[in-house]
Structure formats: structure tokens, C-alpha cells
Design a protein around this ligand. Structure first.
Ligand code: FAD
Length: 509
């Protein structure tokens, strides 16, 4: 049995990888050792960037998005029903609401076990082959490919799957990463938390006050209470202590602070840690998601969202290499682009008040980037980007950027043939050159690239002209990669040097 790509792990990141590969038309097999989603969801906050990726592949309308400007709020209380004692900002000094219109999406609050079935169905509809209850029990790689040994846990049958590439989306304890001996760095182990998941519709009324996360502080009792928005609540308790059902019920009552009816579903145990893999690639194996970067849950959504963004970055590169449109060197840019993002998020997590006290004395805090800079304005540097020089910051807000290579192409509502579209809707499947200069269009036509005439095909709003938001004058051009990252731009009209640098950035075979 052979497949171009074998994905190990079918949780949020593996399923998103499968969905993106399927959408790019890349055949693949995904295996997960479990029969279905975990009954104890973890993630529930999905950012605008994640929703932009889901919008590109056509599933954003299946995921209810939060109203524009919604912010996750955390307060300290004696109990859910008690007075708010204080409110903690994720990024101190930042307004609770961000300016609108930086994205066509607003993010989503949906429990992981409700999102995963949507991803699963969408991946299958786009050609994915998903094998549940199938565990990777060993593998080896050669220069030519990867041979995986798997166990069908429902029948006990063992068999092999050959693949050109393997993507390990197998979680923080990643057996694949461990087998490869890939080490990790970062603040390391911070502690273990126990959780209890329960249903309590009466508690939902307290969400109307505007906060969704509650740090419970009482004499002799501390906990962290939050909701999955569907009458399911989770209480997190510090420490690796096994509790009886009676003790769990008592803890829930203390956290709620009033006599409310509730039913316990299940319990969980989580390691809180900060660890980034020292490489995201070894030979034909790529690490994605928590296998690559283990971060504690943050209000920046740096866990699953970062992993889904890994998948978005990797999928188009694999497609181009597998289909022979790019040199294998394009795959080297995955580690080059994504590992610094993992580190940026690690440093920003432990420099913020939520986690600063846990990071340890050896951790040197860094200046904070704003939420918007981290969400929309992280810079990527690699061989697949020309001109993201060392003078540029690691992140800046969309308003501070103006189309520099290495940044996300800006979102602007444009008019295309009478239809209002986000500029982001122009990208996704292929490289696109935006220019008003017919000489650039003729030049890239000879290279087989798609170009858009920004004067004739698109109408930019008068307050956001193309030249300003993309930073390109009328004679110049800008190249947007399939993942919506600006890969190259030329301020002058085409000449030999400009065409050479454009050809080089495409990393063609
Ligand atoms: C309490 C909590 C709340 C969180 N909230 C958020 C949030 O709101 N937003 C956010 O972005 N992040 C959040 N996170 C982080 C987020 O849950 C993780 O980053 C995310 O689930 C990682 O996804 P993953 O697919 O990389 O790994 P995992 O979800 O760990 O999945 C790994 C998968 O690999 C499979 N697997 C492992 N080994 C094998 C094998 N040998 N063979 C086959 N399959 C295998 C497992 O069965 C599993 O399905 C939260 C985390 C916690 C603990």
C-alpha cells in the first residue's frame, strides 16, 4: 500500500492537514489510534487566521463565528456567582476590542469535539482517506520514502503503509518525534493540571455578564472555570491529584458558589509545558501541531491555531513538490518559516502575565507584541521569500505593514466584477501576481503565472488604494504565495534582475 503522504494523528492539526491537502488535490492517508474525537474537548477558541484558512477551503460557513470585536475575558472571583474582583488582560494595556476589518473572519468559539466532525467530513469530501482506530507502531525512512507499520486496533491486523512523506500530528508526546530523537527546548515542564468536565445549564446565565473565564480564589481553594459555550463547563485544578467523585462534586460546588444542578461527564489530566522541537523536519518526516510546539493554553490561541497554521504552510509546499512544480528545497522552508513562529509564540506566552510567574527565573521576558501583530502580522523568512530583511520586526500590525515580503497579504474588501470580495479570496491555490503594469503581466505570463490587473479587474476602496496597502507603485508588482504570504515584490517595472529574482523565489525544479 502506497500513498504520497501519511498523516499520523487525526485531531485538530492532523484533520486540518488532511483537509488542506485534500483541497489541494493531494492524495493521502490519515491514521489515528482512537475511534473518534476525545470525549473531553480541550480547544474551543479559534482565531481569525484559522477561520481564514477554513474560509479558503470552503467550510467557514459551517462554523459559527463570534460577533466582530468579541474578546475573551478573564476575571478573578470567589466563585462563579460572586462579584468580579479584578479582570486580567491577556496583553496588558490593550483595549478589550480590536479594530475591525483586519480579516473577513471573526474567529470562532466551538468545542473541539464539535469542530473535528466538521473537519473530518470536509476532508473526506475532498478525497481524504481517514483510518480510525489505526495506530502507528513503528516506521523507518530511507532517501526514497517512509515505511510505516500500523495496527488496526479493532481487528488486531498489522500491515505496512509506504509513503513519500510522513506528517507527525501525533500530539505533544509525539511517538514519531521521539523515535527520531528530535529534542526540544523551552521553559519545559511547568506542572500537571486535573480537570473535570460537567454539564450545568444554570451556570450559563452568568456568561451574560461578559466574562467566559473565571479564576476562582477562595481561602484554601483555587481553580479555573470556563465553558465550552454549550452548557458544558470545565473546572481545572492545579496539581496531579486523583480525586474521588465526591471530591470533584465538592470542588464544582465551591467553584459555582451556589446550589446548581450539574452532571459530571469525564475528567482530564494535562501537562502544562513550553517546548519547541529543535527541528520541524527530519528527512521525509515533518512535525506539525503540538508534536512541534507544546505551549500551555493561552488567550492568544497559540495551541491548536498555531498547529493549523503549520498545516496551511506545509500543504501547498507538499503539493507543489509532489506534483513536480517545485524543487524539494521548497520543503526546507517549512522548518525555516514555522519554527521561528513557534518560538515567537513561546516567548510571547511566557512574557505575558498569565504565565510569567510560572516560567522560572532563567526565562528572560521579551517586549510584548500586540494581539493583532501576533495574529495578523508575523513575519516569515526563508528561501521562499525574497526581501524579508533582518531590519524588519518579527511581527507588526497590519496597519504598520505595507505589503513587505514575508507578511500576510492584507485583507481589503475589493470589488471584482461587481462582487464584494476579500482580497484574501484571490489567493489559496496558486501563486498570484498583482500589478497594474501590463509589462509585468506579459512577463509573468511567459513564466506561466497567474496575474491580476489591479486597475481593471479590481476596485480598491479609495481609503485603501492598492499602492498603499500592498506598498507597490503603478509600475511595480507583488507576488502572493498560495498560502497568502507575500513572497516577492518589485517596485520598478520588469527588467532582467527583477525577473531573475522572481524566478528564483518560485523554487521551481
Ligand atoms: C485545557 C486546554 C484548552 C485548550 N484550549 C485551546 C484553545 O482554545 N485554542 C487553541 O488553539 N488551543 C487550545 N489548546 C491547545 C490545543 O488543544 C492543542 O494545541 C491541540 O489539541 C493540538 O492538536 P494536535 O492535533 O497537534 O495534537 P493532539 O490534539 O494531541 O492530537 C494528537 C493525535 O495523535 C493521535 N496519535 C498519537 N499517537 C498516535 C499513533 N502512534 N498512531 C496513531 N495516532 C496517534 C492521538 O490519538 C491524537 O488524536 C488547549 C489545550 C488544553 C489542554
Amino acid at each position: 500500500m502506497h500513498t504520497p503522504i501519511l498523516i499520523v494523528g487525526g485531531s485538530l492539526v492532523g484533520l486540518s492537514t488532511s483537509l488542506f491537502l485534500g483541497w489541494h488535490g493531494v492524495p493521502h492517508i490519515l491514521i489515528d489510534k482512537h475511534p473518534c474525537s476525545s470525549p473531553h474537548p480541550r480547544a474551543m477558541g479559534f482565531t481569525e487566521t484559522t477561520l481564514e484558512h477554513y474560509r479558503a477551503v470552503g467550510i467557514a460557513d459551517q462554523i459559527p463565528q463570534v460577533p466582530a470585536g468579541t474578546r475573551l475575558r478573564r476575571v478573578t472571583v470567589a466563585s462563579l456567582v460572586g462579584e468580579w474582583q479584578s479582570e486580567q488582560a491577556w496583553t496588558p494595556g490593550e483595549a478589550p476590542q480590536r479594530p475591525l476589518e483586519q480579516s473577513p473572519c471573526t474567529g470562532a468559539a466551538i468545542a473541539q469535539d464539535k469542530l473535528e466532525p466538521i473537519l473530518r467530513a470536509a476532508a473526506i469530501a475532498r478525497g481524504a482517506e481517514l483510518r480510525a482506530s489505526t495506530e502507528l507502531i513503528g516506521f523507518h525512512q530511507t532517501e526514497a520514502g517512509v515505511l510505516a507499520r500500523v495496527l488496526d486496533r479493532s481487528s488486531g491486523h498489522r500491515y505496512e503503509i509506504g509513503a513519500d512523506y510522513l506528517i507527525a500530528a501525533d500530539g505533544a508526546n509525539s511517538p514519531v518525534r521521539e523515535a527520531l530523537g528530535i529534542t526540544r527546548s523551552g521553559v519545559g515542564h511547568l506542572g500537571v493540571l486535573r480537570s473535570v468536565l460537567f454539564r450545568c445549564p444554570e451556570a450559563d446565565a452568568f456568561l451574560r455578564r461578559g466574562a467566559q473565564q473565571f479564576s476562582i480564589e477562595q481561602e484554601g481553594f483555587r481553580g479555573f472555570l470556563t465553558t465550552y459555550g454549550d452548557s458544558r463547563w470545565v473546572l481545572m485544578l492545579d496539581g496531579d491529584e486523583e480525586r474521588t467523585e465526591a471530591a470533584l462534586k465538592a470542588a464544582i460546588r465551591r467553584a459555582l458558589g451556589a446550589d446548581m444542578a450539574f452532571d459530571i461527564f469525564t475528567t482530564g489530566r494535562w501537562e502544562m509545558a513550553g517546548r519547541i522541537a529543535d527541528t520541524y523536519r527530519q528527512g521525509r518526516v515533518f512535525l506539525a501541531g503540538d508534536a512541534a510546539h507544546q505551549l500551555p493554553p493561552t488567550r492568544g490561541g497559540f495551541g491548536a491555531n498555531t498547529g493549523i497554521d503549520d498545516a496551511w504552510n506545509l500543504a501547498w509546499k507538499l503539493q507543489r513538490v509532489i506534483q513536480g512544480a517545485a524543487a524539494p528545497a521548497l520543503l526546507d522552508t517549512y522548518d525555516a518559516e514555522r519554527r521561528p513562529i513557534g518560538w515567537l509564540r513561546h516567548q510571547q506566552t511566557f512574557s505575558r502575565p498569565d504565565y510569567a510567574a510560572r516560567a522560572g527565573a532563567a526565562f528572560v521576558p521579551e517586549a510584548l507584541f500586540s494581539n493583532d501583530a501576533l495574529e495578523f502580522g508575523q513575519l516569515v523568512r526563508s528561501q521562499a521569500v525574497a526581501g524579508a530583511g533582518p531590519e524588519l520586526p518579527a511581527a507588526a500590525t497590519p496597519r504598520q505593514w505595507a505589503g513587505q515580503p514575508g507578511t500576510r497579504a492584507p485583507h481589503v474588501w475589493v470589488d471584482q466584477a461587481g462582487q464584494r470580495r476579500s482580497s484574501l479570496d484571490l489567493f489559496g491555490r496558486e501563486y498570484v501576481l498583482l500589478t497594474a503594469n501590463p509589462d509585468w503581466r506579459a512577463a509573468v505570463g511567459r513564466l506561466g503565472l497567474r496575474s491580476i490587473d489591479v486597475d481593471r479587474e479590481l476596485v480598491f476602496p479609495p481609503t485603501q488604494p492598492f499602492a498603499d496597502v500592498f506598498g507597490v507603485p503603478a509600475c511595480g508588482a507583488t507576488l502572493v504565495r498560495p498560502d497568502g504570504v507575500i513572497g516577492w515584490r518589485s517596485l520598478p517595472a520588469p527588467d532582467g534582475e527583477g525577473l531573475e529574482s522572481l524566478s528564483a523565489i518560485l523554487l521551481r525544479t
